[in-house]
Write a protein that binds this ligand. Structure first.
Ligand SMILES: Nc1ncnc2c1ncn2[C@@H]1O[C@H](COP(=O)(O)OP(=O)(O)OP(=O)(O)O)[C@@H](O)[C@H]1O
Length: 512
């Protein structure tokens, strides 16, 4: 279940007008990165009690504005005030000191240090006496803070032993421990599981009630309607409009963001008698037991489960990242005994992993290198016919996914978050797979590109007989894309749904 699904019933927060004083005001912000004009004269106003969602396509300039406000990036021009006092922080520490804290889209942690050290990163001096760290004081302070926020993490645990969601919650605790007057949250829910997203949204409500302001970025639009009060839409670095959430619906907001209406989604027909591409027969592995289901050619089968259900592990086991304990995997009706990623790739299996930062991309390298990395063989199809070189693959991938970058020689780390995700997708699509394993394929991707990816999957499914096994935490996506949904609960299959039976209520009941 997604954060979106979990919060569907929540009433929208108070409309604009009933807010307190202006906390943060930015006017005429400008920022260029070489030839890219990332922010073009944008203004932002955040009042006490307001949660302002900054909306726009991938690369619209949202993170750049956040980084300017957080003291991470210096604007080329513009005026910012915090409670009427000029605010031009030259470092993140200066912004935090003045009352503006940020949780970044990417992970910003020390993996080998404890949770407590990560909470007080850069502010450990308060626990030092005569140059010696008072560890009991540090752990006690972190335990008190985490307990007060309702974040269930052991302050003594090593950060890397935590799930990505728990790590992100520690980053949130770090930001909240500074008692910010304005909190910036950049796509934080892309890393959070359902329970943690609920805690986050409760904390946002509390913070607003205490008179703080929030700036929020998320590509899950339902989340914006449930948890934000106001929307600022940007396009290509420029201001489009500012509106109360009550005056918008999802279709209108999407259209404002991408500059065109996004059509209703039409699921294509599937052939229920097509040959089976993948079959799991009583498969057991780490985190799941006795799982059986089939994926036919041209079919999208989705594994839906709560965090920790075992759905991720099933995908990883098919791809050879996790070992098989017992049972069998069949690929194209023959037993598949591949036990490594290389075996899987040679067998025509591709996988888009969940954590792009950890598992997917080599950040300092350029797009060409990252996309070319996975081109093992080229049978040639569609836009890739007769392609041979990694440069060609990168160009095709960039075009297919409309990756916003100057050229294929752009380093991945200079891309916006959504464009990084597109590079990851391109990297695997250019391998011409027979079976695509997708774990949350549109995480961090804007609403326009989401639809492009859906259309591309639809096309490959129909024209290339691509079989897709997906796991997704985005309920709207599961319902839109899947021919069959296999719900996973506590590592076992709890239901199989097809056609009309794929409804949110049915799926959630089977997942819980
Ligand atoms: N350090 C950098 N060097 C060069 N270009 C950059 C850098 N950071 C961002 N850009 C470019 O500036 C533009 C705006 O990027 P930004 O990250 O602000 O977008 P965004 O709206 O947050 O996108 P997303 O939704 O994908 O996270 C993009 O074209 C991006 O490639």
């Amino acid at each position: 279940m997604t954060a979106d699904a979990a919060t569907l019933a929540k009433p929208a927060p108070e409309p604009r007008g009933s807010f307190g004083k202006v906390l943060l005001k930015a006017e005429g912000l400008q920022k260029r990165y070489g030839a890219i004009h990332a922010v073009r004269g944008v203004g932002i106003t955040v009042r006490a009690g307001e949660a302002l969602a900054l909306c726009g396509e991938n690369g619209a300039g949202k993170s750049t504005i956040f980084k300017i406000l957080a003291g991470e990036v210096a604007p080329d021009a513009g005026r910012i005030t915090l409670e009427d006092v000029p605010f031009h922080p030259d470092s993140a520490a200066a912004a935090v000191k003045a009352g503006v804290s940020m949780v970044y889209q990417e992970f910003n942690i020390l993996p080998n240090a404890s949770v407590a050290e990560n909470v007080y990163l850069g502010r450990m001096e308060r626990f030092c006496r005569a140059g010696i760290i008072k560890w009991p004081e540090l752990y006690a302070a972190a335990a008190e803070l985490l307990g007060r926020l309702g974040i269930r993490v052991n302050p003594r645990a090593e950060m890397r032993s935590l799930s990505p969601s728990a790590q992100k919650m520690v980053e949130l605790a770090r930001a909240l421990s500074t008692r910010p007057r304005v909190l910036l949250l950049d796509e934080i829910t892309a890393s959070l599981d359902h329970d943690d997203a609920e805690i986050l949204h409760r904390l946002m409500d509390e913070l607003r009630a205490e008179g703080a302001g929030i700036l929020y970025v998320s590509h899950r639009l339902q989340e914006i309607f449930n948890n934000c009060t106001t929307v600022e839409v940007m396009k290509d670095g420029a201001h489009v409009t500012t509106l109360p959430v009550g005056e918008l619906d999802e279709d209108r907001l999407s259209a404002l963001m991408v500059g065109r209406e996004i059509g209703a989604w039409q699921r294509g027909d599937r052939d229920e008698t097509a040959p089976v591409m993948l079959e799991l027969v009583n498969l057991s592995g780490r985190g799941f037991d006795d799982v059986s289901f089939k994926v036919r050619q041209g079919e999208v089968v989705t594994l839906a489960g709560l965090a920790g259900s075992g759905a991720d592990e099933i995908l990883e086991t098919v791809f050879g990242v996790q070992p098989v304990k017992s049972g069998e995997i069949q690929l194209g009706s023959a037993p598949y005994r591949g036990r490594s990623i290389v075996d899987a790739m040679n067998a025509g299996i591709a996988m888009v992993p969940k954590e792009r930062a950890v598992e997917g991309l080599i950040d300092p390298a350029d797009i060409r290198f990252n996309v070319g990395l996975s081109v093992l063989k080229r049978n040639g199809w569609g836009p890739f016919v007769n392609g041979g070189a990694e440069a060609r693959a990168a160009r095709d991938g960039m075009e297919l996914f409309r990756i916003k970058a100057r050229s294929a020689a752009t380093a991945v780390r200079a891309l916006s978050g959504g464009n990084k995700q597109k590079v990851l997708l391109a990297k695997w699509f250019v391998t011409d797979p027979k079976l695509m394993l997708l774990n949350n394929p549109t995480r961090g991707v804007d609403v326009g590109v989401k639809f492009e990816i859906y259309e591309l999957l639809q096309k490959l499914r129909g024209e290339r007989n691509l079989a897709v096994l997906m796991a997704s935490e985005d309920m709207a996506e599961v319902i839109r894309l899947s021919d069959v949904v296999v719900t996973i609960r506590h590592g076992q299959v709890s239901g199989v749904f097809e056609g009309e039976a794929i409804t949110e209520t049915n799926l959630i009941n089977a997942m819980l």
